[in-house]
Design a protein around this ligand. Structure first.
Ligand code: ACO
Length: 437
């Protein structure tokens, strides 16, 4: 028995059990030995919404919500955002180390050569209404990729897995840009292999008739930083979905489509779109106090505020505020920033928000920047999904290689009726139906 143990006394029976403590946790399965009778199922842990349950061990991302710390593979997010490119960070998340010059060249070329999508996928996209939500289009087209690459089902072959990972990271900006242009009725622009990851994405979004699209370097770098900040965030709702769906050995396209579905909700990635709608609804700085009172009275939530894990300032929100200033020097100041700053100022001084440890999260400022750059709010969550694909895939790969993992299958506490029987007239009716059949 290791030194670190926990002793539990079952007051129903008076029996005492000692279970090992590993990394400040106990294994839920160790509770199963705690029984009232020999034929009992054993004690379960009950944890709706996984408030206090670790479902895996992971070496990808470290997050300390109380101290506002976020690290990818040990590197502080602040350093990565300042010094690295998105593709370097993607390599780091997937492989555990930053690439050297040769590895980076090979990795960049691999991603760049997987940016094209099959023409049939374009036809599928054309079937969507002009006002289809870009997240719906992204989710469907990523799922459809599964039909183009049947080899992807062979998830246990490392080479095949690697190829699908490169395909997904390479194609995601193309699918996102096509979804965006579809909503505007603009022709799709093919990827340009001379350009880097974010500049190529901007090219596919905004190229009109010019022979070569030249992205503003400040905006391209801002997008790169935003992508780095959104690349992974350990076991959040969409990543847990990725792991749960992937645990059934579904192929990575179907699995990523499921993660996109989870991300689309307004309590998760969809929050950045909702923040903009909220700022529109508030309309002016003067109306902020009244809006806050409305939230405190229980009418809705302050979108872009609060986090399941961060109970301190989200470090990504701090970096995003700096990026906002750089972007506004190019685009001009988004007037919504003043409303957002006022909202933050008042909320952070208010006892309601202080007591609940509600701080701005990554989504509070990202939408304001995206809007200044020229994106419409319905595309904000898509901009979250592109980089998060890297984190999903890193976690999916880790899950597949973890010998402790099995198909995800939570237990339940049954609260329905005890066994009962059909009434006599129901039994007669069932008999008549089966005779007629
Ligand atoms: N505005 C007002 N009150 C809030 C907010 C908010 N944004 N967030 C939480 N609260 C309140 C809750 O009503 C609750 O109050 P109570 O104790 O009086 O009942 C208390 O704070 C605790 O909140 P929970 O809902 O228990 O916190 P949980 O960890 O379940 O939820 C979540 C976290 C979903 C992020 C929540 O804070 C929220 O809905 N925020 C707004 C949506 C948002 O910005 N989501 C993006 C998250 S970041 C991301 O996914 C990228």
């Amino acid at each position: 028995m290791p030194n670190e143990t926990l002793t539990i006394t079952d007051n129903r029976t008076g029996k005492t059990y000692t279970v090992p403590v590993y990394k400040d946790s106990i294994r839920a399965l160790d509770l199963r030995q705690i029984k009232v009778a020999a034929d009992d199922f054993g004690l379960l842990s009950y944890d709706p919404a996984f408030m206090n349950t670790a479902a895996c061990q992971s070496a990808v991302t470290f997050l300390d919500g109380d101290r506002g710390i976020l690290r990818y593979r040990g590197y502080p997010i602040e350093q990565l955002a300042e010094r690295c490119t998105f593709l370097e960070v993607a390599y780091l998340l997937l492989n555990g180390e930053l690439p050297d010059a040769d590895q980076l060249e090979e990795w960049t070329s691999e991603i760049t050569h997987h940016t094209m999508i099959h023409e049939n996928l374009k036809k599928l996209m054309e079937g969507f209404h002009y006002d289809a939500h870009p997240m719906g289009i992204l989710m469907s087209t990523v799922a459809a990729l599964s039909t183009f690459y049947p080899e992807a089902r062979n998830i246990h072959d490392p080479e095949i897995r690697k190829r699908q990972i490169a395909r997904l990271i390479g194609k995601m900006p193309t699918l996102a840009a096509y979804a965006y242009r579809h909503s505007l009725g603009l022709p799709y622009v093919y990827p340009d292999n001379d350009l880097g990851y974010t500049k190529n994405f901007m090219n596919m979004l905004w190229k009109r008739t010019e022979p070569k699209f030249r992205a503003n370097p400040v905006l391209a770098r801002a997008l790169e930083v935003l992508f780095i900040l959104h690349a992974d965030h350990e076991q959040n709702c969409s990543t847990s979905t990725m792991r749960a769906v992937g645990s059934s050995y579904a192929d990575p396209y179907a699995t990523t489509a499921a993660a996109i579905a989870a991300l689309s909700g307004p309590l998760h990635g969809g929050a950045n779109e909702e923040v903009l709608r909220m700022l529109d609804e508030i309309g002016s700085k003067a109306r902020v106090p009244a809006y806050i009172e409305q939230i405190k009275a229980g009418h809705g939530k302050l979108m872009g505020f609060g986090h399941r894990v961060y109970k301190n300032y989200d470090p990504r929100a701090r970096i995003i505020k700096q990026v906002a200033n750089e972007v506004f020097e190019v685009t001009g100041r988004n007037p919504k920033l003043d409303i957002a700053l006022e909202l933050e100022r008042i909320a952070l001084e208010d006892d309601f928000f202080i007591r609940r440890k509600l701080y701005p999260n990554v989504d509070f400022y990202s939408g304001i920047i995206y809007q200044a750059m020229g994106f419409t709010p319905d595309v904000f969550t898509v901009l979250f999904g592109i980089p998060r694909t890297v984190g999903w895939l890193a976690q999916w790969q880790e899950m597949l290689q973890d010998s402790e993992q099995k198909i995800a299958r939570p237990r339940q506490l049954y609260t329905g009726s005890a066994e009962r029987s059909l009434r006599a007239e129901e039994l007669e009716f069932e008999a008549a139906v089966s005779t007629a059949a």
